[in-house]
Structure formats: structure tokens, C-alpha cells
Design a protein. Structure first.
Length: 197
């Protein structure tokens, strides 16, 4: 495990240099998108329309920030649960996205997609949205303004803190971390989302 500093848009070399378990600090532009925004982007692709930002080497952050208070760039900006984006993620990876940030487990299909397309899954600490917001220097809505907190925003970040869970070579920090301390039959298995979640 190492501390790794990366700058967006991500290159193949940067992605391959990140390993499961690494602390990863991101500088540059990242894009916010949750369920509703992902649904719109997939609809745009199916209709032959362009996506609202350049996805080549892009990083998507699963967040719906709160409104900023006076003098703030952005409100609290903590990650949302990632499996809600699992049905959309394979296509976003095919479109050139090289990193996604959220929290929690991913499906086997998504994990395979990180390997196939050379991308990484990063997590940030849930419940620390106010602290994470301190690394965000600029925020602007770039698409789907009607979605409010779930609109796509371009965030300019400096050393945004994450940990790599799934790397482009198939490394899985959730598995590795548990396997060091927990008997195999007691390891936590990923929970499948219930209908409507």
C-alpha cells in the first residue's frame, strides 16, 4: 500500500500505477453523477446525443452535494452508495471513464469492467462530506440542472482523498482486507440491493 497522487484526466499509466489498498489523492476535474444523472446519460447515448462532458480519462464521483452556505464553494459532499450505479457503470467505462468514487460493494460485472477497460474504483469516507468539501476549489453545473443536487457538476479538486478498492488488475481491497483478519466462512459477502433501492 502506498500514497499515490494522480491528476485528471487519467492516463493509462496513472491508472495502472494505482493498486488496491493505495491511498489515492486526486487533483483536477472530477464530475458528479448519481442515479438520475446516470439514467439521463444512458438515455442520451441511446438517442445518439453526446454526453455532457468528455469521458476520456474522466473520474465520476457519486455525490449529491448540499447547497453551499455563504462563502462556500459547495456544501457537504460525501459519497453515496455505489451499487445504485452498477447497472450504468459498464457503459460509462466503455465510454472511457477511468475512475469512479463512491462507497460500498460493486457487482461482479462492474468489477470485471474495471479490469476489461483499465479503470479503478475508489472510495471516500461516508459521513465526512464537510471535510471532503474542503478539497473542492470550484463547482459548476454542466448538465441536467433540473435535477438539483443530482445535476452533473464539474468539481475542481486538490488532493481529494480516496482509497482504491478495485484496481485495473483485479485487486480487491475489500477481500484482501477481510482475509487478513477474518476466517473465510465469516467474511462479509456483498449485499444485493432490494427492489426499489
Amino acid at each position: 500500500m502506498a500514497k499515490v497522487y494522480i491528476t485528471t484526466p487519467l492516463t493509462e499509466e496513472q491508472v495502472r500505477g494505482v493498486k488496491a489498498g493505495d491511498e489515492v489523492y486526486i487533483t483536477g476535474a472530477i464530475y458528479t453523477a448519481r442515479d438520475a444523472a446516470h439514467k439521463r446519460m444512458i438515455e442520451d447515448l441511446e438517442a445518439g446525443r453526446s454526453l455532457p462532458f468528455d469521458t476520456q480519462g474522466a473520474v465520476i464521483y457519486y455525490v449529491g452535494p448540499t447547497p453551499p452556505k455563504p462563502g462556500q464553494v459547495i456544501g457537504s459532499a460525501g459519497p453515496t452508495t455505489s451499487y445504485r450505479m452498477d447497472k450504468f457503470t459498464p457503459e460509462m467505462l466503455r465510454q472511457g471513464v477511468k475512475g469512479v468514487i463512491g462507497k460500498g460493494y460493486r457487482s461482479d460485472e462492474v468489477k470485471a469492467g474495471f479490469v476489461e477497460h483499465g479503470a479503478v474504483y475508489l472510495v471516500s469516507t461516508g459521513g465526512a462530506g464537510a471535510l471532503l468539501a474542503r478539497t473542492i476549489e470550484q463547482a459548476e453545473v454542466v448538465a441536467y440542472e433540473d435535477l438539483g443536487a443530482e445535476a452533473v457538476r464539474r468539481l475542481t479538486v486538490k488532493e481529494f482523498p480516496t482509497v482504491c478498492i478495485h484496481d485495473a488488475s483485479g485487486g480487491d481491497q475489500y477481500y484482501t482486507g477481510q482475509s487478513q483478519w477474518v476466517k473465510p466462512d465469516a467474511m462479509v459477502k456483498p449485499k444485493k440491493p432490494e427492489a426499489g433501492e
